[in-house]
Ligand binder design. Structure first.
Ligand code: HEC
Ligand code: HEC
Length: 503
């Protein structure tokens, strides 16, 4: 794991940025999710922050580590900081398009899931998550997955412009999985992370010399409850805490219930020894035709926002576009398609002078959408951030990655505090049984955890109503971390939850 990167971010971000930025933090909503965040009283200012919060922010020193990036903003749905006037205009036009409701005349359907992007992406602000889910299906026989493409799979379009052509899950399917809508905040930064930086996470999780890299078969998941006490430590060097970035009084970091510190010190886990073996998804990007590292979606199925936009226009709304020019036939039935497909393809017409169409406009919105705002850390949340690292949640939920050089200044070499390695992992019973792009039936992408407080319910199918339920459902490669969490004291668990509700 690249600890050097973490140290750099801690020091570079502490300088000068913390306080001013803290003052602008706004709470997402008055009601905290499941009572995890103390409710602030008092009237709201223009940014939605209470007086108490502002005062607390002033008293609060910049966070010890994992600071918000310079691109951090005041509220969900803001554009990135530092955009040019032209980029801001593109953001606004893109947001308009994102909320635009498609009609039968504009090409909606014949089969579709919703008629606008915002119909699913809205919690916190336009572009957010929601509890809306889509359904995937397929047939798994002897470990081989068939997406049942000739029967309209693997994505179900649950609506239609005429009831007679509505899709159903075919009886041949023996795998059916729900997929929860993910938030789009900060995705421009994630798009700008170089492929190699994601691949390096996999290399870092490969076993020590002698291993064959990050792509070998997943090691058997450790069975039974993890041993209490320090996790298995391989030859990895003991991690030096980033100088000047840890709290002056480190909170107790013990993982033994009731034994205080338990003698457990922050250190670098050998990921492989901890059962963690991520791998980067290699996909063909439909925009460039190039092999790229997939990073978007629960299966890391897309590498670029434009590709995802083209995919969503066709597969969620039934709008054909230059990247995805062919309509979906209802459960594969071409006659039914023909009977109701009256708008000429491609429906998302390309402007001959600019070469652009709606998929590009909507991509501008997503690319310029700022990451979720963070909440100033309480002492409890600060302690939680240390614990999160110590029990090796950060082995997959990597606190920060970096964008490469980018012609857009707001995306150029920026820290991305996403809390993900963007790799695929075998999550045991959490796997959704669907093979998609490069991801196998038994792999899921580590989701970014930033903005978690605005994306309930949790996990790919929304089975977890609370953050804690999501953590306790971890399995497979995350079993050791999960068990360490389960062995924390109630107070320590609350600290982690306070932390996760602040990032
Ligand atoms: C019917 C609901 C629905 C509609 C409509 C919809 N989405 Fe989504 N969106 C989802 C779901 C569900 C996911 C997660 C999909 C997956 O990974 O399988 C998702 C994921 C995404 C992602 C990947 C986010 C990430 O975390 O990596 C992007 C980008 C995206 N949508 C963009 C769009 C755009 C642009 C539109 C409009 C053209 C749109 N979506 C319309 C439900 C929807
Ligand atoms: C082996 C890698 C790995 C480790 C270790 C790990 N996670 Fe996860 N985490 C994942 C993956 C993959 C998912 C998505 C699984 C799914 O939805 O099926 C996930 C999902 C989550 C979610 C739900 C996110 C959402 O948007 O729905 C939370 C919260 C979370 N993890 C917290 C933690 C905490 C806290 C720890 C430490 C106790 C931890 N994770 C350890 C890989 C990991």
């Amino acid at each position: 794991m690249n600890r050097v990167g973490k140290t750099v971010i801690a020091s570079s971000l502490v300088v000068g940025s913390g306080l001013a930025w803290n003052l602008k933090i706004a709470p997402l909503r008055a009601e905290p999710p499941s009572g995890l965040v103390p409710l602030q009283s008092g009237s709201l200012d223009a940014n939605g922050a209470t007086l108490r919060e502002q005062q607390r922010a002033v008293r609060h020193q910049p966070r010890p580590r994992l600071m918000a990036p310079p691109t951090g903003t005041a509220k969900f749905g803001d554009p990135l900081r530092g955009l040019t006037t032209a980029q801001l205009a593109a953001f606004t036009a893109g947001k308009d398009e994102f909320t635009n409701v498609e009609t039968i005349e504009s090409g909606l359907g014949p089969i579709f899931n919703e008629s606008s992007c915002v119909a699913c992406h809205f919690t916190g602000a336009t572009g957010g998550a929601s509890s809306t889910f889509v359904t995937r299906f397929g047939r798994l026989v002897n470990g081989t997955f068939d997406p049942l493409a000739s029967l309209g799979g693997s994505l179900l379009q649950a609506k239609a412009i005429d009831p007679s052509i509505r899709e159903v899950v075919p009886s041949q399917a023996n795998v059916i999985a729900h997929r929860q809508t993910t938030p789009l905040f900060g995705l421009g930064l994630i798009e700008a992370i170089p492929d190699d930086e994601i691949r390096a996470n996999a290399v870092a999780s490969a076993p020590p010399p002698g291993g064959s890299g990050g792509t070998q078969p997943i090691a058997p998941a450790p069975s039974g409850p993890a041993p209490i006490g320090p996790p298995p430590i391989g030859p990895a060097p003991i991690n030096q805490p980033p100088t000047g970035s840890l709290p002056t009084n480190p909170p107790p970091v013990g993982i033994r219930p009731g034994t205080g510190t338990g003698g457990f010190q922050p250190r670098d886990f050998n990921l492989a020894a901890d059962g963690i073996l991520g791998r980067a998804a290699t996909i063909t990007d439909v925009v460039s035709g190039q092999q790229r590292v997939g990073r978007f979606g629960w299966k890391a199925q897309q590498a670029t926002l434009l590709a995802f936009a083209g995919d969503a226009y066709l597969n969620e709304m039934g709008i054909t576009n230059r990247l995805f020019p062919t309509e979906n036939a209802p459960n594969g039935n071409l006659a039914k398609l023909k009977a109701f497909d009256h708008v000429k393809d491609i429906e998302d017409a390309v402007d001959p002078t600019t070469g652009r169409s709606d998929i590009d406009t909507v991509t501008d919105f997503m690319r310029y959408l700022a990451p979720p705002p963070t909440v100033p850390f309480t002492a409890s949340a600060s302690a939680g951030s240390v614990l999160f690292d110590n029990i090796n949640c950060s082995g997959c939920h990597k606190p920060v990655m970096f964008t490469g050089s980018n012609s857009i200044a707001a995306l150029d070499r920026k820290p991305v505090p996403l809390y993900s390695d963007l790799l695929l992992h075998d999550m045991g019973s959490l796997n959704d049984g669907i093979a998609q792009a490069d991801a196998g039936t038994d792999e899921m992408r580590t989701p970014p955890l930033w903005g978690l407080r605005a994306s309930a319910p949790y996990l790919h199918d929304g089975r977890a109503a609370t953050i804690e339920a999501a953590i306790l459902a971890h399995d497979g490669e995350a079993l050791n971390a999960r068990d360490r969490y389960a062995h924390l004291t109630p107070q320590q668990r609350q600290q982690i939850l306070d932390f996760l509700n602040s990032i």
